[in-house]
Design a protein. Structure first.
Length: 297
């Protein structure tokens, strides 16, 4: 890694273009706010030292128990990593990282915009006030599972996946602040859920926009809360997450439309915000115990 200064990349797609093989999955074509995702399998290779001025980067390694050795430069420090599946590497915004590894492996690259990260807990926070620390390869089971969850939704149901993705990224951001930042945030505790004023406002908005790709950020903004506290209070009020509630509402709306007749199952799936008929079928069967066809018979 002979270069002295990191190459500065300002576009998400440029990061993915550093590697010899194209990514297997990306979030470039879905409407995820403030986050980029790339899943890839790459041969032994060396990438130059780069930095990104807009987003924090989290590498999540998914190649199982096999050890892959990598010579890594991170924030001006050199380290020989012994990387196993489940390990992560954290590269904060404006921090240089370069690496050369010795064997083929698969991994996820997550980018979280610095402003989105900072406002996970406090909607008025400034990205400059929240400092994430760089980390060489270290195991973190929660971050690993979040990475796999995001990979799964891109593989199976990428359309209208924004609410789920933002919920996962918010949980990831809070975890990173608690364990990998210079200051551990103080998380307030609430017991009574959303207020009697805010609760119906959110429920009415969800039901009026089931066909849209709903966002955690927009739902939280309705009641002027950070995504973290909105998620926490919504679950206290409903007993389930906002994402799960939206799916239940979509299934219930689909059932009512089907019982009214004259609309195909595929059309109903589209009208209530599911990616396709298969996506509707899966959640319909899971929640109601029957398929859409069976409810019509």
């Amino acid at each position: 890694m002979p270069q002295e200064k990191p190459l500065v990349l300002t576009e998400e797609c440029k990061v993915l273009q550093l590697y010899p093989r194209p990514p297997i999955l990306t979030s470039l074509d879905v409407n995820w706010h403030g986050v980029s995702f790339g899943y890839m399998c790459q041969p032994a290779y060396e990438v130059p030292e780069v930095s990104t001025p807009r987003w924090h980067s989290i590498a999540i390694f998914t190649h199982g128990n096999r050890i892959i050795h990598a010579d890594r430069k991170l924030d001006g420090r050199f380290h020989r990593d012994a990387v196993a599946g489940g390990d992560i590497v954290i590269t904060p915004v404006n921090t240089g990282q370069g690496a050369a590894w010795e064997d083929e492996g698969d991994f996820i690259i997550l980018g979280i915009e610095a402003d989105v990260f900072a406002r996970a807990i406090d909607e008025a926070a400034d990205a400059k006030d929240v400092e994430l620390l760089p980390h060489f390869a270290t195991p973190d089971p929660l971050i690993y599972q979040i990475g796999l969850a995001l990979k799964g939704v891109l593989e199976n149901n990428p359309t209208n996946s924004r609410l789920y993705a933002e919920t996962m990224i918010n949980a990831l951001s809070v975890h990173l602040m608690q364990h990998y930042s210079t200051r551990k945030p103080i998380l307030q505790q609430y017991k009574d859920g959303l207020s009697k004023y805010n609760f119906p406002k959110v429920i009415d908005y969800i039901n009026a926009n089931l066909d849209h790709d709903l966002s955690l950020t927009e739902l939280a903004a309705l009641v002027q809360m950070s995504p973290h506290y909105f998620s926490h209070l919504f679950k206290q009020s409903m007993g389930i997450s906002a994402h799960q509630y939206v799916i239940r509402c979509r299934v219930e709306r689909a059932k009512n439309l089907l019982l009214q007749g004259n609309v195909s199952i595929a059309e109903v799936a589209y009208k209530v915000g599911f990616a396709n008929q298969s996506h509707l079928n899966r959640h319909f069967k899971r929640l109601l115990g029957v398929t859409p066809k069976q409810i019509l018979s």
